[in-house]
Write a protein that binds this ligand. Structure first.
Ligand code: AMP
Length: 414
């Protein structure tokens, strides 16, 4: 199906904004999702970052809200849940840009952790037609009675698989319990493991399923993959060597832990490479600065944890490198998908050691593609295989924070 934007049923005001944003043709997910969503149907869409899903749901929400009641004080009409701050900010910007020609412009509030809650509470006081939120901060604000969800007519779950992987299952359940029964649900996820399917089924009624070609078949061929065998202890040196000899202008490096990302960044800086860590412990301002520098090209190597990199949008990124392997094949696909976006070719490099070889083989099996092992002169591995935990570090099992536990206790007693 290749419908043009005007054929999808969008209002004049939205079509003008779409054109201004430079969107010539709808992406496949937009073409498939918009007609049923505009009719009020629930939707389950298979879509990853880069597919244009944000505009798909933003357009649907804006048009469904058009002409409807304004949100009352401390209330909202549409709730969009996303896994990370960056995604929240990006989605908020998409909403505002697409809403700019509407006769009655909706108020869009973006709430996420890592910054003071007070301005967000003040922003919600008068009500906001659209609230884009990460689940943790949203629950905080709900508990503080800064927002009520009784009037929500539309619920969007964006990157549902990442929401669950980030450990937000409990938060999601608590939030959705506060929603009215009658509402439209738009559900997006890049992958559909059983937990995501269950969640999708629980949150939608008679949904239209929109399947866009899987990332593996549609986009993976544009990404060249390399696997370099190297001992764990030599990885920082090899990374430095590659940055210099392969002349990578920019590389996004995935490291399992915050501490690890700081250590490698520090080592690279000492070697004269513009490098910085990017993880969840950084204040929002610091994170934005690192990302802006990386996007601008003044920062050559960004060392990120998965938590921080979720939903990250880095235009024209040439290389992604797995310093530590991701825990799952889905994460691998997600990580390497950061490069080679919008048809450009990209390179994904993974460091594999004797200890992580079996884990990488599993990733290869899952993605249905073998990656030849290479050795770089001067960095040949010496370690023998040892049975160990895949991934080389704990990132995903992220325990509950003290704050989370306190919050749960408070909820139980209240
Ligand atoms: P997303 O999948 O929402 O992260 O979107 C990926 C990128 O595609 C964003 O930078 C959007 O601005 C852009 N985009 C969304 N829709 C279109 C379209 N129809 N044509 C061209 N670019 C688009």
């Amino acid at each position: 199906m290749s419908l043009a934007f005007p054929a999808l049923g969008l209002s004049e005001a939205l079509l003008r904004a779409v054109a201004q944003r430079g969107y010539g043709e709808p992406t496949p997910i937009q073409a498939a999702a918009l007609p049923p969503a505009l009719l009020g149907r629930d939707l389950i869409g298979c879509a990853r970052t880069g597919s244009g899903k944000t505009a798909a749901y933003a357009l649907a929400v804006l048009q469904r809200l058009e002409g409807g009641a304004r949100a009352g004080a401390g209330r909202t009409r549409a709730l969009v849940l996303v896994p990370t701050r960056e995604l929240a900010v990006q989605a908020g910007e998409e909403f505002r840009a697409l809403a700019r020609h509407l006769a009655v412009r909706p108020r869009v509030a973006v709430v996420h952790g890592g910054v003071s809650a007070n301005p967000q509470m003040i922003g919600l006081r008068g009500g906001a037609e659209v609230v884009v939120a990460t689940p943790g901060r949203l629950l905080d604000l709900l508990e503080r009675r800064a927002l009520r969800l009784d009037d929500v007519a539309l619920l969007v779950l964006d990157e549902a698989d990442r929401l669950l992987e980030a450990g937000f299952a409990d938060e999601l359940e608590r939030i959705t319990r506060m929603l009215p029964a009658h509402r439209q649900g738009l559900f997006f996820s890049a992958t559909f493991p059983p937990a995501v399917r269950l969640l999708a089924a629980a949150l939608s009624r008679d949904p239209v399923q929109v399947d866009v070609p899987a990332p593996d078949s549609a986009e993976a061929p544009a990404i060249a993959q390399r696997a370099l065998e190297v001992d764990a202890a030599q990885r920082t040196r090899l990374l430095h060597h590659l940055v210099e000899t392969e002349h990578w202008a920019r590389v996004l490096v995935f490291v399992a832990t915050r501490h690890g990302s700081e250590q490698v960044a520090e080592a690279l800086r000492r070697a004269g490479v513009a490098a910085a860590a990017f993880h969840g412990d950084l204040a929002q301002g610091a994170r934005s600065r690192v990302l802006a520098d990386f996007n601008a090209g003044t920062l050559r190597v960004m060392l990120a944890t998965d938590i921080a990199a979720r939903g990250l949008h880095v235009p024209g990124l040439p290389v992604v490198l797995n310093f530590d392997l991701p825990r799952s094949a889905a994460d691998y696909t997600h990580r390497i998908g950061r490069t080679a976006r919008a048809g450009a070719t990209g390179l994904a490099v993974s460091f594999v050691s004797a200890a992580t070889e079996a884990h990488f083989r599993l990733i290869e099996t899952r993605q249905g593609r073998r990656v030849p092992r290479e050795r770089i002169a001067g960095f040949e591995p010496r370690d023998a295989a040892v049975p160990t935990v895949p991934g080389g570090g704990g990132v995903k099992g992220r325990g509950r924070s003290k704050k989370d536990r306190l919050r749960e206790a408070a909820l139980r007693s209240g």
